[in-house]
Design a protein around this ligand. Structure first.
Ligand code: BES
Ligand code: ZN
Length: 455
C-alpha cells in the first residue's frame, strides 16, 4: 500500500487539482494549427512550471518544432527510475457547432470535465504530476527516481521527440516508461494495454481539368476526378472488409489462441459497440470478432473526402480536383514505410485514365507489442487494482502513440500503458470529456505504482 499520507494528500486536494487541471485545459494547444503555436508554448510552460514548483530540474527543449519538456528528480543510483511520457498538445476542435460548450472553457457536470484535451492527454498527464506532488508536498521520500518527457507534437505527427530520443538515450534511460494516454477497459474495469496499433496516413490527390467545368457543356468528354476517386476507393477493400492492397497482410502477427480467448472472455458485444458509436450495425473484416478487428487487425479507412460542390442546393459542375485522406492502422510486425509504399503502388496501378494522381505519405507510427509477463507489468497490475478497486484485464488499443515504439527500441526498457480514460470519452471528437473519478483514481494509481515499481 502506498504511503497512506500520499493517498490522503490526493484525497484532500481533489478540488484544487481539478481547478488546476481546468487552467491547463483553457490553453488551446492545438499542435497541427500554426496559429496556435504560442498556445502550445504556453502549455509547455504550464507543465514546466508545475514540475519546477515540485523541485525537479526542468528543461524546455527546442528540437525543431514545438518544445519538449524534460524534468528529473534527484537521481539516486540505488533507486529504480521511471520515465513518464505524455503530451500537452490537443486535436483541433472542429466541427465547433457540435460542442455543447466551448472546447477551451472547461465545464464540469456530474463529476465529468468537458474540454478538448480533458482525456487526451492533459487530464492523464496531470495524474502523473499530481501523484508526484503528493509525495513531495508530504515530504515523503520518492520510492523511485522520476523523469518526465512531455511533448507537444503527438497529435501532429511531429519529429522533435524522435530526434531527441535517438540522440539522448542516456538521458532518458530508465527501468520503465509509464504512459497514460489510453483507456480503461470500461467504467468498472481497469485495463493494462499491451499493444498499440501503428499508422500509415496517406493522401490521394486527383487533378482533371484546370478548373471546374459546366457539367452540361463538358460532361461526358473528360474524366471526372470525383468519379475517378470513388473508383479508387472502391478498390481499397472488398465487401467483406478485407483490404485489397497486395501484400497488405503479409507481415501481420496473428493473434495467439490465448489472446483470442482472453478477448472473448471480456464479453464485448456488438450491442455495446452500437451503443457506444451510434452506428446502425457492426461491420468489419470477415472472420474476426469485433474486438479482434478493433485491437489486432489492420484497417484501411477514408478519413476525409472532398470533391466538387458540397454547399446548399445544386451546382452543375465537373470538379477539377478530388482528394481523400486515408489512414491504415497497422498491427505488430507491419512496417509503416513498407505499407505506405504498397499503398502508393496499388493506387497508381488502379488509377482510372484521364486524371493525374498524386499520393502523399503524411506520417507513420510503429505498432507496439509489450510482453504481458514482466515484473513491471505485475507492478502496473497491482497499482491499477489498488487504485481502481477492481482487477485489471489485459487489453489492446486501436489507437497509436507514435513515440512508444522508438522508446522501446532506443531505451530498451519495458513500457507500461496505464490508461485512465474511457473509449467513450470522445477523444478527437466534439464534447471530449474525462471523468473526475478516473482522474482521481488515476493519480492514486500512479502514486501506488511508484511504490510497486520500487519493489
Ligand atoms: N491518446 C491517443 C491514442 C489512443 C487513441 C489510445 C485511442 C487509445 C485509444 C493519441 O493521443 C492519439 O490520438 N494518437 C494519434 C497518433 C497519430 C496522430 C499519429 C492517433 O492514434 O490517431
Ligand atoms: Zn489523440
Amino acid at each position: 500500500m502506498a504511503s497512506q499520507k500520499v493517498l490522503e494528500y490526493l484525497d484532500a486536494h481533489r478540488q484544487q487539482h481539478v481547478d488546476q487541471l481546468c487552467d491547463f485545459l483553457r490553453i488551446p494547444s492545438i499542435s497541427s494549427q500554426s496559429e496556435h503555436e504560442e498556445d502550445c508554448r504556453r502549455a509547455a510552460a504550464f507543465v514546466a512550471g508545475e514540475l519546477k514548483e515540485l523541485g525537479l530540474v526542468v528543461e524546455t527543449i527546442e528540437a525543431g518544432g514545438l518544445p519538449l519538456v524534460y524534468a528529473q528528480s534527484e537521481i539516486k543510483p540505488e533507486r529504480k527510475t521511471l520515465l513518464f511520457y505524455g503530451h500537452y498538445d490537443v486535436q483541433p476542435v472542429d466541427p465547433l457547432e457540435l460542442w455543447d460548450h466551448p472546447p477551451f472553457e472547461p465545464m464540469i457536470k456530474n463529476e465529468i470535465v468537458y474540454a478538448r484535451g480533458a482525456c487526451d492527454d492533459k487530464g492523464q498527464v496531470y495524474t502523473h504530476i499530481k501523484a508526484l506532488e503528493a509525495y513531495i508536498k508530504q515530504g515523503i521520500e520518492l520510492p523511485v527516481n522520476v523523469k518526465f518527457i512531455i511533448e507537444g507534437e503527438e497529435e501532429a505527427g511531429g519529429e522533435s521527440i524522435y530526434r531527441y530520443t535517438e540522440q539522448n538515450p542516456e538521458k532518458l534511460a530508465c527501468d520503465a516508461i509509464i504512459v497514460s494516454d489510453t483507456a480503461l477497459y470500461n467504467e468498472s474495469t481497469p485495463g493494462i494495454c499491451y499493444s498499440l496499433k501503428g499508422l500509415a496516413y496517406m493522401e490521394i490527390q486527383l487533378k482533371g481539368p484546370d478548373m471546374d467545368l459546366h457539367s452540361g457543356s463538358y460532361g461526358g468528354t473528360v474524366q471526372n476526378p470525383g468519379n475517378a476517386l470513388a473508383e479508387i476507393i472502391a478498390k481499397l477493400k472488398d465487401e467483406n472488409g478485407h483490404c485489397l492492397i497486395p501484400g497488405f497482410y503479409d507481415d501481420v502477427l496473428e493473434l495467439e489462441p490465448d489472446e483470442r480467448a482472453g478477448f472473448a472472455e471480456l464479453g464485448y458485444t456488438d450491442e455495446i459497440l452500437k451503443k457506444e458509436t451510434g452506428a446502425p450495425e457492426a461491420f468489419g473484416e470477415e472472420g474476426f470478432t469485433t474486438l479482434e478487428r478493433m485491437w489486432a487487425r489492420p484497417t484501411c479507412d477514408v478519413n476525409g473526402l472532398a470533391s466538387g460542390y458540397g454547399g446548399e442546393g445544386a451546382k452543375t459542375i465537373i470538379p477539377s480536383r478530388a482528394m481523400a485522406k486515408v489512414s491504415m492502422r497497422l498491427v505488430p510486425n507491419q512496417d509503416p514505410a513498407k505499407i505506405a509504399q504498397l499503398f502508393e503502388k496499388y493506387v497508381l496501378s488502379i488509377a482510372p485514365k484521364g486524371v493525374e494522381v498524386t499520393v502523399i505519405d503524411h506520417h507513420g507510427a510503429n505498432p507496439v507489442l509489450v510482453p504481458r509477463k514482466s515484473e513491471m507489468m505485475q507492478a502496473g497490475m497491482k497499482a491499477l487494482e489498488e487504485g481502481f478497486g477492481a482487477k485489471p484485464v489485459f487489453i489492446r488499443e486501436g489507437g497509436s502513440i507514435p513515440i512508444v515504439g522508438t522508446f522501446q527500441e532506443c531505451l530498451k526498457s519495458p513500457v507500461l500503458l496505464l490508461g485512465y480514460g474511457l473509449s467513450t470519452d470522445n477523444i478527437h471528437s466534439p464534447n471530449e470529456k474525462f471523468h473526475l473519478s478516473n482522474f482521481w483514481r488515476g493519480a492514486r494509481t500512479t502514486a501506488i505504482l511508484m511504490e510497486e515499481a520500487a519493489k
